[in-house]
Ligand binder design. Structure first.
Ligand SMILES: *Cc1c(COP(=O)(O)O)cnc(C)c1O
Length: 368
């Protein structure tokens, strides 16, 4: 079977380094506050053109902490996209605020910026664009809207490590940004972790306090916080892997280009539109098929021929059963696209030969 991503290969390549990192933390007697945490925070922030960062227990808690630290909560609304992993909405809801979904653009599958202003009310506090699949949103236009209505811009970069727009890193455009290090992300821990990046020193210090029980010192708590702390061991693993992230990202882009060359002239397949001057880092390689039937039979055909594929995401957030009580209105583009999208195998360790095999099978299936 050709898997969607190959983590085992990544980790066997790094085995020696990861083992020695593990041993260092094992004998450090410092499992939650080792220097590996601040070292990783500094390196990661710099690579994303941000001055400060705070590592957290996950991408979900990272976004939650940003919203909480900006005092977003009950009676507030936060605008985001329905085409995202459920946790974007979950984080908003955990603060007490309501997620307001704006339909997506049919070409990029990112939030449709032209539809945002219509959804702004007196309760709106922030916009959370998600650079879905690693493909940057129209950040300059979103930023203009945020300025005009005095809203916070919070980027969900869980899928967009090292992507950029107009030569500026995603994650550096707004008040703060969150990233995920879920194992399958472009940079993944060996478990859960996430990070917040920002250029605002005060905000990051508040977040660092909130992530650790609102502590001022060991037993003095001057605010009520959370246990959203990172593990020293995950910071160590992430530091080791971060040295390869540039190289890995280039590899992903090269492999995505093989798909793009093969699919560019096929009328039944549409490729995701990338903005001029945007760098897509291909957390996922997603194609759009002409119809649901065609998509669903392609999944079966690939599976029968030893190729995994997945749908990101089969149910737009506003249609999730857990959010039924909000009675969201129909968002026709995201609903339609969720029936036609398909993610094909891609990671830095998928060989070119395997990518070509997938291309061959897709073309064979489509009779082209
Ligand atoms: C993965 C992901 C998250 C959540 O990150 P976790 O580390 O799994 O908590 C949030 N938003 C998006 C878009 C994601 O892909």
């Amino acid at each position: 079977m050709i898997p969607l991503i190959n983590l085992k290969k990544q980790h066997s390549f790094l085995k020696k380094k990861l083992n020695s990192g593990f041993n260092e933390i094992l004998l450090s007697n410092n499992y939650l506050n080792h220097d590996s945490i601040s070292e990783f925070e500094n390196k990661f922030a710099t690579m994303h053109q941000c001055k400060y960062a705070a590592l957290t227990s996950s991408g979900t808690t990272a976004l939650t902490l940003i919203l909480l630290s900006l005092k977003i909560g009950e009676k507030h609304e936060v605008i985001t996209t329905p085409n995202t992993f459920f946790s974007t909405a979950e984080s908003i809801i955990h603060t007490g605020a309501k997620p307001v979904f704006v339909d997506i653009d049919k070409n990029s599958l990112n939030i449709d910026v032209s539809k945002i202003e219509n959804m702004i009310t007196s309760k709106t506090k922030a916009i959370v664009p998600v650079h879905i699949y690693g493909n940057p949103c129209k950040l300059d236009d979103i930023k203009k809207i945020c300025k005009k209505y005095k809203l916070f811009l919070i980027e969900d970069c869980a899928q967009s490590h090292l992507s950029s727009y107009k030569n500026k890193m995603t994650g550096s455009f707004g008040t703060a940004s969150c990233f995920s290090f879920y194992p399958g992300k472009n940079l993944g821990a060996l478990g859960d972790a996430g990070i917040i990046c920002s250029n605002q020193k005060k905000l990051i210090s508040k977040i660092k306090k909130l992530r650790n029980h609102g502590r001022k010192s060991k037993y003095i708590h001057n605010i009520v916080g959370y246990n959203f702390r990172p593990d020293s061991i995950q910071a160590k693993f992430l530091s080791i892997k971060l040295n390869y992230l540039n190289e890995w990202t280039d590899e992903r882009i090269k492999k995505a280009n093989i798909y793009k060359q093969n699919f560019s002239k096929i009328s039944q397949i549409k490729l995701i539109e990338i903005l001029p001057n945007a760098k897509h880092v291909y957390h996922l390689f997603v194609i759009v098929l002409k119809s649901k039937n065609l998509r669903d039979s392609l999944i079966k055909f690939l599976n029968n021929n030893g190729v995994s594929s997945l749908i990101h995401y089969p149910i737009p957030c506003h249609k999730q059963p857990a959010l039924r009580h909000y009675n969201y209105k129909k968002l026709p583009i995201s609903e339609k696209m969720s029936t036609r999208i398909l993610s094909l195998p891609l990671c830095q360790y998928t060989s070119d030969k395997k990518i070509k095999r997938v291309c061959y099978l897709v073309k064979k299936f489509l009779n082209v």
